[in-house]
Design a protein around this ligand. Sequence first.
Ligand code: AMP
Length: 204
Amino acid sequence: MCSKILLYIIKMPQNIVLFGPPGSGKGTQATRIAQRYSLVHLSTGDILRKEVANQTELGKVAFALMQEGKLVPDEIVIGMVGNKIAEYDARQGFVFDGFPRTVLQAKALDELLSQAGKSITCVISLEVAKEELIHRLLLRKGIEGREDDNQQTIENRLEEYHQKTLPVSEYYKSQNKLYTIDGNGEIETISERISNLIDKIISN
Ligand code: AMP
């Protein structure tokens, strides 16, 4: 009993990366994971959109790239994530949504977490067919009115994903941290798949 309590107290915080192409449901599922496991939801897309809305210097640099569906430079997003991680103490865990998107970002995240005495628990990759991704993003444009959810930008974002982001999954695979989940179906069903997986990983 005593050792169980001790284990609980010294248990490392969970740090989960939600991985997948635009439209795979990372934002929706990350919000749910954050609530269920009391983690900070860290979305680089949301941070960048706030910078754009506030017309900061960073926002001005990011705006044109986001409009085109191109990635914002690594050093900018790594700096943003570093600041966010530094805001919290050692006991706090994170769910990363939309970060890392390049291998350089993944390496930087390992470094930032290790400096904070933390590490990645697991990387959950949401698998969704391309036609469904496009359908979801166009649907989202009607609901949320995101300017980068138009046909041309969507194509660019998917291209960026295949060229620069997909190799990140290999990086985590080589660390035995990559898990795949079927991202098709109802939000609730996908949520259950994800939490069943996380519960299993945490209990091991
Ligand atoms: P998201 O909301 O995650 O789909 O991100 C929207 C846009 O923000 C992307 O298309 C990129 O232009 C930019 N962005 C978000 N996260 C990153 C990142 N980790 N690295 C580079 N650019 C990013």
